[in-house]
Design a protein around this ligand. Structure first.
Ligand SMILES: [Zn+2]
Length: 246
């Protein structure tokens, strides 16, 4: 039974081995290269020894048993072989366990997570992407969530809602316009979100969907405001930060 379990574990290692072999230090950002190399070498060694001690030993044993059954050895010879095989198998397992625990120590010392490198790899790619393309309105910023029914209703009849804009209530088609988020609106949205808002939603306090003329008059960053508007149309999310000035 133990042997079957070990063979299954060996199979798992055999499947993992090619992936393990391909790992490089770049898969583990922040990990010391020398420590990684040391661990990588030892881990491969441990996997190899384990495979030899399980599948290798199993194949050798089967071969010997086949040869023995085909010949006419005495019972004593057969017993000697059986004991030899068992001892060799156990020694192999002990060596494999030793190599494995050494690899584990090195892995811990290097701060490497294995066999789950995919998690650290994807998260590192994520953080690299965030560094390469800083998007202030992405993950770190909190959002205020509008009711999508409100947005649905506005899709056919939205107009520039900026009272300070001289335009004749310019219609704003779905997906377009500029979202003007004042500092007061941020305070208001945070209060509503936190359940501490008192009274009706103050007109002029919530973010405004404005036309191009109104956005330019306010001097806001047109790109950010247009992106915020698009996001609001799509998901009803408004970042909890004021629209930057141009
Ligand atoms: Zn306007």
């Amino acid at each position: 039974m133990l042997e079957v379990i070990l063979l299954v574990v060996g199979l798992i290692y055999a499947i993992r081995r090619p992936k393990l072999k391909r790992l490089t230090v770049s898969d583990y950002p922040g990990v010391d290269e020398a420590k990684f190399v040391e661990w990588h070498r030892q881990q491969l060694r441990a996997v190899n020894i384990f495979l030899w001690a399980t599948w290798g030993a199993f194949l050798v044993k089967v071969t010997i048993l086949v040869v023995l059954s085909g010949s006419h050895f005495s019972q004593a010879t057969a017993l000697t072989w059986t004991i030899l095989i068992l001892v060799a198998w156990l020694v192999g397992l002990l060596v494999a366990a030793g190599a494995g625990s050494k690899a584990k120590r090195l892995r811990k010392a290097a701060g490497i997570s294995w066999p789950a490198p995919d998690v650290s790899r994807s998260s590192s790619q994520l953080s690299e992407a965030a560094v390469a393309h800083p998007r202030p309105d992405s993950s770190e910023v909190e959002f205020y969530q509008y009711d999508m029914r409100t947005i649905e209703a506005l899709k056919t009849c939205a107009v520039c809602s900026d009272k300070g804009c001289p335009c004749p209530e310019t219609p704003i088609p779905e997906g377009s316009g500029y979202l003007y988020i004042s500092q007061e609106a941020v305070v208001r949205m945070k209060a509503i979100k936190g359940g501490t808002a008192r009274g009706a939603l103050g007109v002029g306090l919530m973010p405004l969907l404005v036309c191009g003329q109104g956005a330019r008059l306010r001097g806001i960053d047109l790109k950010v405001a247009a992106d915020d508007a698009r996001q609001w149309w799509e998901s009803g999310k408004v970042p909890l930060r004021a629209t930057p000035m141009a």
